[in-house]
Ligand binder design. Structure first.
Ligand code: CA
Length: 388
């Protein structure tokens, strides 16, 4: 069986949602002056001591082939991971370098990258962005009067759906306005883009009138995910979503939910199927839960087709539990005690303790396996929420 280990470039949605967002617009010149050589937009989505920043770099000068953006944090912000750029930090100074796919920025064009970080106190927006040594957002020719306006806009998200626990992230996709998922979500096409699609769908909803439809296709380029940064902090993460498959889980290995694990080299913790049953898979070493022995597979469960299935999992420290329609699946439990056919293979690596930074829902097939599937009513919370 072929399985691909991918280094996903994760495009995270970083717009206002279940929390307050601060949007800093690009500078605006009130008199006709030269545009700054570069403009940097910096949009933050933050929770108690963590945040995700989406950075947009616009080149107003000659075409660039290879770029380095630097800035200085005013506080004790710490970058923990990045995507679409190599983001490193030394003291308060952060350096973001292009990746191979986005090294070129034509005149007037933009690139975007993001990172996740932690902070204490106030998370101030940096003011000293420099692109390849040139100060950005700086319309300051010495003989011309200019004004730079920074607009701070506070947006308040929609009310969470009824029954959404305090502090939880709940999304039934009812606030989506187009067919391309937006807001808290963005689309990712790992490595290359093919025929896999994910769209806001108004024909099949578990709640309200909207859901996400994924046209999942086998093939390296056809992988597609709907992605959002992790919306909760703390040592426990409980996630609940409803999924509706059209095709039974195949013999071949597939993934329909993935999370980046920064404690595992940034590789994915994957939920999907193999041998027709639900399973977990660790991208870094390809361990599966349960083991793919007949006894192991028998302790997991297939997923129904043409109806909504409630899938829940909870991760606390090194323990993982999984429920389907409210019933725990014994073969999908890592409890720290090695159990043959269940978590014996998983626990061969000691010290597994995931640090998950996002949630992706979609389709990734490593052999055969096409499916059309829907997702709705996603919850991320600090404790189990059940199938309400
Ligand atoms: Ca819905």
């Amino acid at each position: 069986m072929r399985r691909r280990k991918s280094g996903l470039a994760i495009m995270a949605a970083a717009v206002a949602a279940a929390m307050t967002a601060v949007i800093i617009t690009n500078p605006v010149s009130v008199q006709a002056v030269d545009a700054p050589a570069c403009a940097v937009g910096y949009q933050v989505d933050q929770w108690s001591n963590g945040f995700v920043a989406q950075v947009k770099v616009t080149n107003n000068s000659a075409p660039i082939d290879g770029w380095t953006l630097t800035w200085t944090f005013a506080g004790d912000q710490r970058v923990t991971s990045g995507w679409s750029a190599d983001v490193t930090q030394s003291g308060k100074v952060v350096t973001a370098r292009n990746q191979a796919f986005n090294r070129g920025i034509a005149t007037g064009a933009s690139v975007q990258f993001g990172f996740q970080g932690t902070f204490q106190g106030v998370n101030e927006t940096p003011v000293d962005f420099t692109l390849n040594g040139v100060r950005c957002n700086d319309t300051n020719p010495p003989t011309t009067t200019t004004t730079t306006t920074t607009t701070t806009m506070t947006t308040t998200s929609q009310e969470p759906p009824p029954g959404c626990p305090s502090g939880a992230f709940c999304d039934g996709f009812e606030n989506q306005t187009g067919t391309t998922p937006a807001g808290d979500w963005s689309l990712t096409f790992p490595n290359c883009q093919g025929t896999g699609t994910a769209t806001v769908d108004s024909s099949t909803a578990r709640s309200g009138s909207k859901s996400i439809r994924v046209n999942g296709r086998a093939g390296y380029c056809n992988h597609v995910f709907l992605a959002t940064p992790r919306k909760t902090t703390g040592s426990s993460l409980y996630t609940r979503f409803y999924v509706r498959h059209t095709t039974a889980l195949p013999e071949a290995h597939v993934t329909f939910a993935a999370m980046k694990d920064t404690a595992d080299g940034g590789k994915d913790l994957r939920m999907g199927g193999q041998n027709r049953a639900l399973q977990w898979n660790r991208e870094s070493d390809d361990a599966t839960l349960p083991e793919q022995s007949p006894n192991g597979v028998a302790q997991s469960t297939p997923l129904a087709v043409d109806r909504w299935t409630c899938v829940e999992f909870g991760i606390t420290g090194s323990e993982l539990r999984t429920w389907v329609n409210g019933t725990e699946v014994p073969g999908l439990r890592v409890d720290g005690v090695s159990t043959p056919d269940v978590d014996a293979q998983w626990l061969r690596r000691s010290g597994w303790k995931p640090a998950l930074t996002d949630l992706r829902l979609g389709w990734e097939s490593y052999g055969s396996g096409d499916d059309t599937l829907w997702f709705d009513d996603v919850v991320m919370a600090a404790s189990r929420v059940g199938c309400s």
